[in-house]
Design a protein around this ligand. Structure first.
Ligand SMILES: [Fe+2]
Ligand SMILES: [Fe+2]
Length: 263
């Protein structure tokens, strides 16, 4: 089934939470482990515009359907960061522009040269790079959706559940776009399949791992994917990745759990 980008453009929207009483968290506080996860997820959602910077310098910018999607995707992801920040604020965890500015500064010179490196490599690969971008996006959105689902199951806080449920609903639309694009483009090009497989094998890490400190990545993976239910969720993700043309048997998510010592 193809994804109707024009239709998506008319229904993409900022997340609403004005009907929810976030002050309830003052008496029904989230655990410290959950707050650390929330900090991570908020930072990564807010970082979407920086990921977008690195993608617009690649052949992906030549496809109007892709750029229309990315425009709205970036907007929706921004509001995911905002609502998570508001939950953190109720718990007296510092948020806002100063926090985000410090995070971006911390990334250093690699972050400043990354659009140049990405642009050179991606443009050398040509249009097949778009398939890699779409597959990467599908995998990251699958992981994000699964992460929110696991968060709901682990923390069992009704108000948090409602917020994350609303975010996850929008993530399913992101999944639908990337997944349909990736499948279509990979099916058309064995070369794109090979490039994507190599890129995933050698460069892919769990969402946010290029931005967040290793200790935070380890905490997130342990909190969300530790234990037998977590491992089962990771394997379900890997089985989904297996269904992308030419990408079977990579075991990317379980490999990350091993790399960070979770399993
Ligand atoms: Fe998001
Ligand atoms: Fe998303």
């Amino acid at each position: 089934m193809t994804f109707d980008v024009a239709m998506y453009a008319t229904i993409a929207e900022r997340l609403r939470w004005d009907d929810l009483e976030l002050g309830r968290f003052r008496t029904d506080r989230l655990s410290d482990g959950a707050l650390r996860c929330l900090r991570y997820m908020s930072d990564v959602e807010t970082h979407t515009v920086c990921y977008l910077r690195d993608l617009l310098v690649t052949p992906s910018h030549t496809d109007p359907e892709v750029t229309t999607f990315l425009t709205l995707w970036n907007y929706e992801e921004y509001w995911h960061g905002e609502v998570l920040d508001q939950v953190l604020e109720v718990h007296d965890v510092p948020t806002g522009p100063e926090h985000t500015r410090a995070l971006r500064k911390r990334l250093g010179w690699q972050d400043r040269v990354s659009p140049i490196v990405q642009s050179v490599l991606a443009n050398l690969l040509g249009p097949d790079f778009i398939a890699t971008h779409m597959a990467w996006g599908a995998i990251n959105e699958w992981c994000t959706h699964a992460g929110y689902s696991r968060f709901i199951a682990v923390e069992q806080n009704p108000l948090l559940t409602e917020i994350l449920r609303r975010i996850a609903k929008q993530e399913t639309r992101h999944i639908a776009f990337y997944n349909s694009q990736a499948r279509h483009r990979l099916e058309l090009s064995p070369r794109a399949q090979r490039i994507t497989r190599l890129a995933l094998q050698h460069r892919w890490g769990i969402v946010g791992s290029t931005v967040m400190p290793d200790d935070d990545v380890r905490h997130l993976l342990t909190y969300l994917f530790g234990g037998s239910h977590g491992l089962a969720a990771a394997r379900t993700l890997d089985a989904k990745i297996d269904t992308l043309p030419g990408q079977a048997g990579l075991h990317l998510v379980e490999r990350e759990l091993q790399r960070y010592g979770v399993v």
